[in-house]
Design a protein around this ligand. Sequence first.
Ligand code: AMP
Length: 279
Amino acid sequence: MLVFEHIKNLQNHLSSLALQQTIGFVPTMGALHKGHLSLIERAKNEADIVVVSIFVNPTQFNRKEDLEKYPRTLSKDLELLESIACDVVFCPEPQEVYNGVVKSQNFNFGSIASEMEGKHRAGHFDGVATIVKRLFEIVKPHKAFFGEKDFQQVQIVKKMVENFNLPVEIVGCEILRESDGLAMSSRNTLLNEDQRKSSPLIFNTLTQVKQQIKNNSIENITMFVEEQFESNPDLELEYFQIAEEESLEEIKTIDPTKNLRAFIAVFAGNVRLIDNIKL
Ligand code: AMP
């Protein structure tokens, strides 16, 4: 496994590969877990060379405290990547990736960026699109792999690729969960014991929403979700939304001809957790 901190060295290596070799790219912010590893396994199956980036992107954090507290476990991450025979790791410094100016570009993604995460985390998707676009320019992957845990992010990246006509295929990958249903996340390590014990309620609630959607109104389902979290002292609901998968626009009445997904964001103290389920 080769580890690069500098763009030039990474690009020198990638340009020395045989022309017909395909590059699969998995961008991460590190503190790696099995969810990340599942993306890398998928990339290994679908590309000749797998590049993983580890970069905690400052411009996608709207809360300073969240950025400062974000777990950083680089040496453990590198051991893990070595153990699954990852080919190339790119772990740059912000100044170099951002060419000296650590700032987001402004994008216009329409409604998909203004719903849910876009509404509650100002500037988040501009930060995400800026770094993903920049990393694509550097790595020049044929395919890039993103987890559906961040479903809205997958849609944003697809839109960005379409808008800029980038030569990369975006592959959405299924959510990996702990045995009690909690979606794996780097942030789970920040939960205290009580919060961790309460956290399966998120997926549990989403699963019940999926059951209720067949014979209940969105109004009643929303009330049910709110009650679930009101009665739990460790988790505070930030939003619950049922949306159409492509547009991510909120659905007010159930239309069985549409592809729908339910989304939840909660705070466990200062730790923000998100999850979603296909309905
Ligand atoms: P992050 O390091 O949190 O930015 O995540 C890097 C990539 O891993 C993103 O595409 C995430 O959607 C994906 N990812 C994170 N958690 C999971 C999970 N539990 N299952 C599948 N993919 C995940």
